[in-house]
Design a protein around this ligand. Sequence first.
Ligand SMILES: Cc1cc2nc3c(=O)[nH]c(=O)nc-3n(C[C@H](O)[C@H](O)[C@H](O)COP(=O)(O)OP(=O)(O)OC[C@H]3O[C@@H](n4cnc5c(N)ncnc54)[C@H](O)[C@@H]3O)c2cc1C
Length: 484
Amino acid sequence: MKQRILSFSCFLVYLGLVALPLLLATTTHLPNRPWLDELSSAMAMLAFNIILLEFLTSGKIAWLSKRMGINWVLQIHQLFSRTAILLLISHPFLYSLPNHPNYAPGPPGESYLGMTGPTLMTGLLGLITLGILIGLAITRTKSKTSYESWRASHVIMALTISSAGLHHTLHAGRYAQEKWMMHYWQVAFGIALLTLLWVYVIQPLIQKYHPYQVSSLKQVAYNIWELTIHSKNPSTHPSYQAGQFTWLKLKTPAPLYENPFSISSAPTPSSNTLSFLIKDLGDFTHQVTELKIGDSIYVSSAYGNFGQLSNESNSNNIPLVMIAGGVGIAPMISLLKQMIATQHTVERAIHLIYGNRIESQIIDLSTMVNLKAFKNLTITHVISEPTSDWKGLVGVLDQLTLKKALEKTNSFNGSTKYLVCGAAEMIDGVEYALEALSVDISQIDSEKFQYDFTQKTARIRNSLIGWTLGTMALIASAIYFSQT
Ligand SMILES: Cc1cc2nc3c(=O)[nH]c(=O)nc-3n(C[C@H](O)[C@H](O)[C@H](O)COP(=O)(O)OP(=O)(O)OC[C@H]3O[C@@H](n4cnc5c(N)ncnc54)[C@H](O)[C@@H]3O)c2cc1C
C-alpha cells in the first residue's frame, strides 16, 4: 500500500515537473495570440521538458530507482517518450500565426513566427531523430543490433534531440525570449547533460580507481555460475539492500560495456564482497565464465527496490510467496539470507516456487542459504522439460502449475505478498496467472530481466491507463494554458 501511494505521488510530481514551464510561462507578460498558437507553444514546451526529463528516468540514477523501482522508472521513460513525439508532431500543425502577422512572437527583427532557416532545421532534426530513436527502441529485441551499439546510438540520438531542441526553443520559442524562461531551459538542459556526464565520465573514472577483484567463480548448475568479488577499497563498497541489482563491467571501466545483475549476497556491516548468479547466455555472460581469480571487475551503485514490498511492518505475520524463473532465484537468495541475518530464526510462512526448464538447472539452495533457519519454508520445484525420473510438478509457471503449487500450502490469504523474478515473458505470465487466481496486483512485486511488455497483465494495463490519463492531463493543462 505504502509503495502504491508513493508511486502515485511520484507520478503526480513527475506530471507537475513536466508542466512546470507552462506554470512559469503564465507569469510572463507577452501580448495575446490566438489560442491555437498558444496551444502549439504549450505542446512544444511540454514535449521538450519530457525529453529533458528522459535523461533522469533512463534507469541510471540509483537514487530514483532505489525509491521507485526500476520498472516504474523505465515505464515512465518508455511511455512518456511517446507522449513527447505526439505533442511535437502536433506542434507545427497547430500554428495559425502565418495568417495573423500582427502577433509577432519571435525575437525582435525576425519574421513573425521567429522561424529562421536554422531554427526550422533544428526543429525538424529533433523531431525526426526522436521518431527514429523511439522506433529503434521499440524494435531493439527483434533487430540484430548488439545491445551496446543500440545503447551508443540511443545516447547519441538523445544528445542530438536535446541540443537541437534547445537551439529551436531558445531561438524560435516565444516564451524563451523572456530571460528567466531562457535560463530555465538552459538549467534543465544542463541537468540533463550532467546525468550523462555522471554515467559516461564520472562513474567510469571512480570505477577505474576503485576496482573489485574476482574472489571465486564456480559453476553451480547447468550454465549458471556463482561469481564472488571483493572490493580492494572497502570504503567504496556500495551500500545496498537485499534484492537490488548492480551493473558489472569486465576488463574495462569504459562506459557502454556494462550489464545488470541481481546481487545474490546479503549486505552485512563489515563485508566488502558481492555475489552474483550468472547465466551464460551471450557475449558478456560468457566472458564472466572465463574470469580468473584476481581479475579486475567494475561495479556501479546498487539499483532497484525489489523485495521491499515484503519488508513492510508486521511482515512476519504476512505469508510470502517467492516465484523465481531460472536465474531469477538470485535476488530471492539475497532476501532469504537477509532474513536470516536480521532475524536468525525466521517464523514467517514462506513458499518458494522455483521454475526451471530442466533438472540440471536447479541450484542447490542449501549450499547458499541456511535453510534450517526457516521454521515455515516450503520449496516447490517446477520443471517444464523433465526427465522420466522427475517426481515433482511439471509445466511452465502458468495458472495451472501455480494453482497446484499454491495448493500445497494453505496458509495463504488476501494479505499474502508475492515476489516474482525472471525473464520478462515469465513475469508477465505469472502476473497474468496470479490475477486469474484473484491476487491483486498490489500484492505482487516483480523484477524483470528485460524491460519489455509481453502480455496484457493488470500491471501493464495500469501503466497504460496511468500513461493515457497522464498524457490527457498534460494536454488539458496545455489547453488551459492557451485559454488564459
Ligand atoms: C534488473 C536486472 C537484473 C538481472 N539479474 C540477472 C542475474 O542475476 N543473473 C543473470 O544471469 N542475468 C540477470 N539479468 C539479465 C542479464 O543482464 C542479461 O542476461 C545479460 O546482460 C545478457 O548479456 P549477454 O551479452 O551475455 O547476452 P546477449 O545475448 O548479448 O543479451 C541478451 C539480452 O540481454 C539483455 N541485455 C544485454 N546486454 C544488456 C545490457 N548491457 N543492459 C541491459 N540488458 C542487456 C538484452 O535484452 C538482450 O537482448 C538481469 C537483468 C536485469 C535487467
